[in-house]
Design a protein. Structure first.
Length: 239
């Protein structure tokens, strides 16, 4: 796979339990045009391996990208990226992926993310906010984790809920005894809160392949979502 960009790490910091935010300033070339929801391929030094990560930042920021990295000592890509420090150089191939935000659409949207899959959703939410596309749309964001300390940027999401009447943030925990919010599998929370017809909606989802497929099956069978309006790099419903 041909390397298209070289970048330099300008920030690395933990934003939740086991999740690091990596900010990469692009060097050569010093910009990238991408769509919210696309991903990159990261070259792992001294190997023939690459790792794939969603771009977590808005495409309005063309001179840098952000990645969210979940700690995984058994994964070569996560181990490499998790270890990067400021001024380290990184080689990338981008942009990649077809499950990007459909910018020409003004349909209502449901976002469903599991754990680090939220990086895929993060790019789209930031872009929708910056471009003024949240003003007259109904948008529901479901974010599922095991424990509360795995959630990140919840204050920002609650601020968007205050800013836009149609934006709704639904964090849910599957493995915490004391928690005032939604509990259980994220699909259970979606099923409980989204009981209406969604044939004119769009859906975007990221997380484990099993979770994404379960979300697709739920929305298509129970909410009448059209298969060609479900977007994910992990699973594509049959049309």
């Amino acid at each position: 796979m041909e390397v298209t960009h070289t970048g330099q790490v300008v920030y690395s910091g933990e934003i939740s339990a086991g999740i690091v935010l990596l900010r990469i300033k692009l060097i050569e070339p010093n910009f990238v045009d991408f769509k919210a929801g696309q991903y990159v391929s990261v070259v792992i030094p001294a190997s023939d391996k690459v790792a794939y990560y969603s771009i977590a930042s808005s495409p309005n920021r063309k001179d840098e990208i952000e990645l969210l990295i979940k700690e995984d000592k058994l994964g070569a890509g996560a181990t490499y990226l998790y270890s990067l420090k400021e001024k380290d150089v990184i080689r990338l191939t981008m942009p990649m992926g077809d499950a990007y935000l459909r910018e020409e659409s003004d349909r209502n949207v449901i976002f469903v993310a599991g754990a680090s899959g939220a990086s895929y959703i993060r790019s789209m939410i930031h872009y929708l906010d910056e471009s003024g596309q949240m003003m007259n749309r109904e948008i529901h964001y479901f974010f599922g984790c095991r424990q509360e300390d795995e959630l990140f940027e919840s204050d920002d999401m609650h601020a968007l809920s205050d800013k836009y009447a149609g934006f709704h943030y639904h964090p849910a925990l599957s493995d915490q005894a004391v928690w005032k919010g939604h509990t259980g599998l994220i699909t259970e929370v979606v099923a409980k809160l989204m009981q209406h017809d969604m044939s004119e909606w769009e859906a975007y989802s990221a997380g484990s392949p099993a979770m994404v497929k379960a979300v697709a099956d739920l929305l298509l069978t129970k909410n009448n979502l059209m298969p060609d309006r479900f977007f994910s790099d992990m699973y594509t419903p049959k049309i």
